[in-house]
Design a protein around this ligand. Structure first.
Ligand SMILES: N[C@@H](CCC(=O)N[C@@H](CS)C(=O)NCC(=O)O)C(=O)O
Length: 203
């Protein structure tokens, strides 16, 4: 079993943090997406969408989509739970995870992909206007999060979860996306400092 990834990219980082939280050791194979190594026929057989990360199982099955990979390991090793336990908490974690993916990580990534010169070859066509549309969406989400986090420790409640992982990776990816961190968001800063101090954040 191994994970094929590019260690610089945000989605593989989500999976690495998830596995570090669970203390799961796994082989990683690095490919360079800037050299289009994810566009080869062999890689496309594993993931026809040509994206990293991909989890390759010993039986030859391949799983892509970061959350599907995380789900596989959550089922394999439920402790510590990162996707909740019981119907309400599981649904609440999923709700926040999806919000963080669709309303934070995605607009940060779109800003990066459509405005950063380094993405010119990978994102075709690069539509600068679409990049600019997404920048304020990030800031709107961060304001909402600041208000939410004034009332609880983590994104989905009192326990660290996969929603925190997606949110932290999204927020950290603002730097390469050249989106300035907003000032005067004390609860957001408190939360970001706390999750960044966990050993898994360096995975
Ligand atoms: N929804 C996918 C997104 C994966 C994704 O977009 N990966 C990026 C790296 S963070 C990638 O492979 N980019 C290559 C490309 O755009 O051609 C997931 O959650 O894993």
């Amino acid at each position: 079993m191994k994970i094929i990834e590019d260690g610089r990219a945000p989605n593989p980082r989500r999976v690495r943090i998830f596995l570090a939280e669970k203390d799961i050791d796994i082989e990683y194979e690095q490919i360079d997406i800037t050299e289009f190594q994810h566009k080869t026929p062999d890689f496309s057989d594993l993931n026809p969408l040509q994206r990293v990360p991909v989890l390759l199982l010993d039986d030859g099955n391949a799983i892509s989509e970061s959350m599907a990979i995380c789900r596989y390991f959550e089922e394999l090793q439920p402790e510590p739970p990162l996707m909740g336990t019981g119907p309400y908490v599981k649904a609440n974690v999923e709700m926040w995870q999806r919000r963080m993916e669709l309303n934070l990580l995605f607009p940060v990534a779109q800003t990066f992909r459509h405005l950063h010169p380094a993405m010119k070859e990978m994102e075709k066509p690069q539509v600068a206007e679409w990049g600019e549309v997404n920048r304020p969406r990030v800031l709107t989400m961060l304001s909402l999060l600041d208000a939410e986090l004034s009332g609880r420790q983590f994104i989905a409640g009192d326990e660290f979860s996969v929603a925190d992982i997606t949110a932290m990776v999204g927020m950290d990816f603002m730097k390469p996306a050249r989106i300035e961190r907003p000032e005067n968001r004390p609860s957001l800063e408190r939360w970001h400092n706390e999750v960044s101090a966990r050993p898994s954040a360096g995975a």
